[in-house]
Design a binder for this molecule. Structure first.
Ligand SMILES: C[S@@+](CC[C@H](N)C(=O)[O-])C[C@H]1O[C@@H](n2cnc3c(N)ncnc32)[C@H](O)[C@@H]1O
Length: 216
């Protein structure tokens, strides 16, 4: 992990670093459930986890035998991820890399590339980064993007989120070269937080799952 002083850091790095330092989350070791389900449909191979955070999904995937590259901007998140992977005894199957993906991106191609809620309240060229993610999928491989597509049902819907079709369009892909495995916006129960009066609720996620056709 690179050492940087606060003044060297981009706004994105300062924001995410402060967020992880100020809000240590208990380690669950639980992967994102949808990512886990998709991975089980694929032959065990290489994966790229974009915005891997503290490594819950990466570590789980490595425990299933995958060779995983996990990328994040936050030193604190990656330091915790490295500790978790060592505790889990699968360090040889994970390469955690620190990138500000606005500027740098991991080398190579992977059979499963996923971005789970890779969304940021500070400036982040997300469309450009997700186009790089698509290019990192090897022929025959799968790209999975899961993103917030609504506020929780208890909150005012202040923000306009893209539809799954709009989100797909921003990837700017030649869709002759990809099979769409899933494109939709299912609801899920919010488990990570409650409303101001202790309400439970639902939220919508856009899900895009694409397979790059062999030969492209
Ligand atoms: C909303 S969190 C999602 C984390 C995780 N994928 C999950 O599903 O829980 C977004 C993650 O992307 C990382 N991130 C934000 N901007 C980034 C950037 N420019 N380059 C690399 N990682 C970034 C953050 O540090 C954070 O861990």
């Amino acid at each position: 992990m690179t050492e940087s002083t606060p003044s060297d850091r981009s706004e994105a790095e300062q924001y995410w670093e402060a967020r992880y330092q100020n809000t240590p989350k208990p380690w669950t070791g639980r992967p994102n459930a949808l990512m886990a389900r998709w991975s089980e449909t694929l032959p065990t191979s290489t994966a790229l986890d974009l915005g891997c955070s503290e490594g819950n999904s990466s570590v789980w995937l490595a425990q299933q035998g995958w060779q995983v590259t996990g990328v994040d901007i936050s030193t604190t998140a990656l330091t915790r991820a490295a500790q978790h992977v060592a505790d889990a005894g699968v360090a040889e199957r994970i390469d955690f890399q620190q990138h500000d993906m606005e500027y740098t991106f991991p080398e190579g191609q992977f059979s499963f590339v996923y971005a789970l809620y890779l969304q940021s309240p500070v400036a982040f060229p997300r469309d450009t980064v997700l186009r790089k993610a698509a290019r990192a999928v090897q022929p025959g491989g799968v790209l999975l993007i899961i993103e917030h597509a609504s506020s929780p049902s208890w909150a005012p819907q202040m923000k306009q989120f893209p539809t799954p079709q709009q989100a797909l369009a921003t990837l700017d892909l030649n869709l002759d070269q990809w099979d769409t495995l899933f494109l939709g916006a299912p609801e899920r129960e919010v488990t990570e937080m409650k409303g101001p009066n202790g309400e439970t609720g639902v939220v919508t996620d856009n899900i895009i799952a694409l397979r790059r056709k062999s030969g492209y």
